[in-house]
Design a protein around this ligand. Sequence first.
Ligand SMILES: [Zn+2]
Length: 284
Amino acid sequence: MALVSSTPLLRKARAEGYCVGAFNVHTLEMLQAVVEAAEETKSPLIIQSTVGTVKHLGADYIAAAATVASNRSSVPIALHLDHCSDFGIIMQCIRAGYTSVMIDASHDPFDKNVAATRKVVEAAAAVGVNVEAELGRVGGVEDDIVVDERDALLADPDECAKFVELTGVHTLAPAIGTAHGIYKGDPNIDFDRIGRIASKVSIPLVLHGGSGIPENQVRKAVSLGMSKMNVATELRIVFSDAIKEVFAANPEENDPRKYMVPAKLALKAAAIEKMRLCGSIGKA
Ligand SMILES: [Zn+2]
């Protein structure tokens, strides 16, 4: 089926109490791997690319590949642009065929974040594209966005409600203590805060920094109202480690298919595991 907006996928997830995995991909094989995982487990899927990957591959290449994958698939798939603070790149992605975008103006003061988000919501409304925004700061590193973990501010539940009302945004990523990258210790998730935000905000909530969160903590976050979980770093590591293993065993290998196929299979297995944690298996 054709690519769909992530809005209906995530509304259904919020209503039924599960979460949709949103996986960052950087190559064609990574994209195919997460789609095969979704297909095999009858799970809804959000394919994501960062701004860095859009610059690396081109929004048109990514959208074309995701469109082919979706057309060949029987499960609902959305294509999402992760963390973007550039209105021009957001428009470029929508024009290329993305069905979901994130405007990240969380580094700006509240009023400026509202204004920037509203502008994208209005532009995306005409073409039925989902818009995600962030409130507070998620810690860690993602592409060139660096936030000092100590200074990462958590989202205020009342501000979240006000933000959603003022912007009309479709999905919200409130900072609740997760961080991008791989956790050095256990993540310090403010579950009480998730519950308070979910009680004031009816739109689907997004959990950023999904790499390496223990199973019980993912399940708790989902039960409290998280409907989308972003996973990037962990999948990159799984994919790259599988390639490293091939070269460790056979340094002379020079057929890309010989090292990409094991990487693809490893990534597919990791994506299926995340879908199981999210509770999205069989929900397509
Ligand atoms: Zn993020």
